[in-house]
Design a protein around this ligand. Sequence first.
Ligand code: ZN
Length: 333
Amino acid sequence: MPRAMTTLVEHAGTAGLRLAELPLPFPVGPVNAWIFVDGPVTVVDPGMFSSNSTDRLEAALAEAGLTIGSVDQIVVTHAHPDHFGAAAWLSDKADAPIVCGAPEAAKLLSFGPEHVEERSAHDMALLASVGVPNELQDTFTMMRSMVADQVRPVASSMLAPMADGEDLQIGGRTFVAHVTPGHSSGHLSLHSGGTLISGDHLLAHITPNPFIEAADTPLGRRRSLVEYLDSLARFEALDPDLVLPGHGPAFRDVPQLAGTLRAHHDKRAGEILRLIAEHPGSTIHELAQAYFSGLESYHVVLGISEIAGHIDLLENRGEVVSRGAPQRFTATR
Ligand SMILES: [Zn+2]
């Protein structure tokens, strides 16, 4: 694992940068809201819309001599509720745009109540395609309803989508956007002079889940982990001096982290290959149940995300083949 910085605040104080660790209703721990104090005053990932989180954010702004009204822009690294739940609230109060990776814009908008039916139809189709039985297909809906009251709907007028390679002024510096698929389809990282804001693409102590996501492809979903590992190579080459992640401590040594992540995924892919050899013709759901045993509720989604990600790696390498709908997998040797 990369060497964690002694304290984050140490860096924060020196670079016009503050950290607000905002509480989440998930076991992952808090989400990091990075506040750039110099103009344009920027909040990266304002957390979820709950009073204990937004109060904490306001307190952190106050400690930096700022108010909500001082915020010039909000950056959302990706369209997961723990990162953007309060973005629309902040955008509205501060009259500030929400910057995001262009492919995330539609997803941010789709959390609105008018899109609920369309979303659940997509989710059902995705779950059916990986063999999740009917009685478990409300798992996505369950996951969303758990957080629905902590996500404020985003309006398209608030959004400022960015393309890969574009510049953004943050805290008196010019950052370059890295819009990379992986953890989500249009995850936005930002790089300036050796500092990388990495969202959930790079985390010191957590392996980002290759979250399953419906897409307009023959497969009906993205190959999240294959995309993730491709994008990882870019950050490895960038080799920033300091990474400011979406959760957990700041760190350095991205090449070492990348090596650890690749080894982790290779090992897990090998385990899943053995499982497929033992249970030929299984669906992704059956393999998830066999690998993790007794998955319930939203863990069903996390489990199938893990398995689908690693099966995509194995298929890419020609080590498994699939047939049928839902897809059933067999090892090639
Ligand atoms: Zn996250």
